[in-house]
Write a protein that binds this ligand. Sequence first.
Ligand code: SF4
Length: 368
Amino acid sequence: MSAPRGRFAAYLDNLPGTGGGEVVGADVELALAQPSLAGLPALLSPAGAPYLEVMAQQAREVTLQRFGRAVRLFAPLYVSNACLSSCTYCGFSKGLDVIRRTLSVPEVVAEAQSLVAQGFRHLLLVSGEHRIEVSADYLVACVEALREIVPSISIETQTWSDDTYSRLVESGLEGAVHYQETYDRVRYAQVHTAGWKRDYDRRLASTERAAESGVRRLGIGALLGLSLDWRADVRAVAEHAVWLQKHYWRTEVTVSLPRIKESAAGFQPLVPVTDAEYVQAMAALRLVAPEVGIVLSTREPAVLRDGLARIAVTTMSAGSSTEPGGYLQPGQAQEQFTVSDERSPAEVAAMLESAGYEPVWKDAFALR
Ligand code: SF4
């Protein structure tokens, strides 16, 4: 049975199209002069490419004005790669013959302690969608066990009911990340072939459920290259982020736009998103959503990450492992994807400092 549609789904369905006309330089100049969501298609268009330097400079100024010279650092902590859903692009997909592992709660704590020892105070617990191995009780136990040593805990797991989000918040959860992956319903159905995640509306409404249950940090995003029209996905992410900010103004909203990579599932991106297009997307997003945090993972190569930290990014992962137990016992389970930036957290922090930025390990919401 499908879940009820969220309010943003209705908003998205009624969003006017881009008009279909050819975008020309004058449209881009207008969009740069008065950045707004309506002008985002022009900023993202091929006609925007010659303006990339101007756009990046303008985005840099907005980022400095709103966020200062500070970049938050966090680490993903993969607790399980067990999954009951089938997503054609993911190395954890059900049915794939890969080595699976779900960490015990003490193993999760040990991984967290190793990350805390490296400086991290914000951890993102990541898992596949497995209601039995990664149950609500298991996650609550993880959060409760971590709350004394990790000031800021977020999750990126399956979607949950309001009651479960409330329980997790009571246990100490601060943030929840739900990527829609693609906002194109047809493409979504093609790549999410079975399992809980197949329900587009349930997934899209999950961020609203989390916010209404007291989750204070909301993360959303799309996998660029999953659908043919990556620009449409960037636009939908921007609309979603601004909508969430308006409706849940007490929460903090972050977005992430990872470019999809090959995985153990053998998936190949439908369209390449070039480095220049990627920078254009990030800069455009910053201009039209100036208050939204932008997260960048280690999927991207070091040189690109270093550049984007100076333009639009406000939060970065560093030193990441994408396999359960991968910090203390690497090589014992399937990783989700191979990281590109293999620098240690200390090296990423040093890069930020040499660029005149403060690496922030503990952020404003942390209470302990
Ligand atoms: S994307 Fe998530 S739900 Fe889909 S197969 Fe991978 S871990 Fe499972």
